[in-house]
Write a protein that binds this ligand. Structure first.
Ligand code: FUL
Length: 502
């Protein structure tokens, strides 16, 4: 029996080998593509990506001093938001279409928005609620009431704490604070590890024990993704809302090196840094050509962090420089629709409230998201898919189900995929949305969109490279009776999760 089993396995293995040799002939670089697509996200990374768009709250003594980076010498007595309402922050986020909020529990100035047991430099010595306030608690509860997730920003760089720069004593302090935040405030979806440090050449140098920090996060909040100077989510590389045309989630493992992330982060407090776009050298992080030389690869998806105002903190003189809805819409389409998560900062003012001008743009974006992707016109179209069935015999219509619980997986070795929708009457089209089932990695290299002309021909309308978690293609409100989406190149057989025409 056993021998027979072995024989049939050998036969199977031989057949597989022949098939794969043929694949290498047909697609030079086949084995390399198999290597690249062998890298897949963890369940926690998938959960993070599915959150798509969430908000940042920058609030500390800077809100009262007008600075972006506090010195650490500010007196807690400066901190007196008189109308602070965390419910208003959470309501703004929820109505704005966000799925969560991240709070600067401690920014670089070291002032803590919760009454930490490990420092006097916190809300407990401020006039806010006569020292009885705990903004981390207030916001985490408000988020839960609005159905939002809650995340924490705890700046590693601390300009107030005397132990900063002494090695282990500071790590102990940091870990103690992390433990408070990850123990006392319910479920945390992300820990945002900022790399900024403006100490300069003669400043204090703290060698952080990153691995120790990660261990604390994993142990206390196993579902939380560690951003930035951490292994789960990658900083997109700028603060201007700029994105890459081809955003790959499989990249060189070296990009997650915390020291390197820190070195590329902000080193000086200036507005130019916040406006700087992605440099051309950092445009291609995951192309086949770039990864060929890389031995170790990881799944490390990008997050776009951007402020609704020029600064991260509220400054009265910037009240007339709030990003418009149109501007936010473009950022949303390019980030969420370009395989990134979007983190939009909405800083409260000195009263402790998000201003109406900021809320207006955020609300319009929320309405836009809810309205624009509500009715999938593909559902009432005649749909043709080539190949006509996926590798498990499933019909292409599974692609119309939102989410990633169903997928269409091309038969092995077949990289091309064509999906056509036709309507009896002309339809007005604004967006095409396509999603890969990223549990199977990121496979699509190139796609094309064609529109059906009146004479029955197909006219190319748009083309692109990567898809990943989501790609939104603008169609500009055109009228047509048909649209065709074609994957023209993929690393290995593509696996799509969703397609929608809106
Ligand atoms: C940067 C910080 O220096 C800014 O103040 C802000 O918090 C931004 C989100 O990250 O690195």
């Amino acid at each position: 029996m056993q021998r027979q089993g072995q024989n049939s396995y050998k036969k199977y293995a031989k057949k597989q080998e022949e098939k794969e040799m043929r694949s290498e002939e047909r697609y030079p670089g086949y084995w390399e593509d198999v290597r690249l697509t062998g890298i897949v996200p963890s369940p926690r990374q998938i959960a993070h990506q599915k959150m798509e768009y969430f908000g940042f709250i920058h609030f500390t003594v800077n809100t009262f001093t007008g600075k972006e980076w506090g010195s650490g010498e500010e007196s807690p007595s400066l901190f007196h938001p008189e109308k602070l309402d965390a419910g208003q922050w959470a309501e703004t986020a929820a109505k704005g279409g966000m799925t969560g909020l991240i709070l600067t529990c401690k920014h670089h100035d070291g002032f803590c928005l919760w009454p930490s047991a490990y420092t006097e430099h916190s809300v407990k010595n401020s006039p806010y609620k006569e020292g009885k306030g705990d903004i981390v608690k207030e916001l985490s509860q408000a988020c839960r009431e609005q159905g939002l997730q809650f995340g924490v920003y705890l700046s590693p760089w601390d300009r107030n704490h005397p132990a900063y720069g002494t090695g282990k004593p500071y790590d102990d302090y940091y870990v103690n604070q992390l433990t408070e935040l990850l123990t006392n405030y319910g479920e945390i979806f992300t820990v945002w590890l900022d790399g900024a440090c403006g100490e300069g050449q003669n400043g204090k140098k703290q060698v952080y024990d990153w691995e120790r920090y990660y261990e604390v996060v994993r142990r206390l909040q196993p579902g939380a993704n560690i951003f930035g100077c951490g292994p789960d989510v990658r900083w997109c590389g700028n603060e201007a809302g700029d994105t890459r045309p081809s955003e790959w989630s499989v990249v060189a493992a070296g990009l997650a090196d915390a020291e390197k992330v820190a070195a590329d982060s902000q080193q000086e407090d200036n507005e130019q840094f916040r406006e700087k776009k992605i440099s051309s050298t950092a445009q291609n992080l995951g192309g086949r050509d770039v990864l060929k030389e890389e031995k170790k690869l990881i799944w490390y998806p990008a997050e776009v962090d951007v402020s609704i105002r020029p600064g991260w903190f509220y400054h009265e003189e910037e009240n007339d420089r709030v990003r418009s809805f149109e501007n936010l819409k473009e950022i949303y389409l390019k980030s969420v629709g370009g395989n990134c998560t979007l983190l939009l900062n909405i800083p409260p003012d000195k009263d402790g409230l998000i201003r109406e001008e900021d809320r207006k743009s955020v609300f319009l974006l929320g309405d836009f998201i809810r309205e624009s992707f509500r009715v999938n016109l593909a559902e009432k179209a005649e749909m043709t898919v080539l190949p006509s069935a996926d590798c498990e015999g499933k019909d292409g219509r599974v692609l119309l189900e939102p989410g990633d619980s169903t997928w269409f997986r091309n038969p092995d070795g077949q990289r091309e995929l064509q999906i056509t929708f036709r309507w009896e009457e002309e339809c007005r089209l604004t967006y095409l949305v396509v999603q890969e089932a990223i549990a199977f990695s990121q496979r699509v290299e190139q796609f094309e969109v064609c529109i059906l002309e009146e004479d029955g021909s197909w006219k190319p309308n748009a083309s692109g490279t990567t898809i990943g978690y989501k790609r939104i293609v603008k169609l500009g409100g055109m009228r047509t009776k048909g649209i065709r989406f074609t994957v023209t190149d993929a690393r290995v057989a593509p696996v799509l999760a969703f397609i929608g025409v809106f």
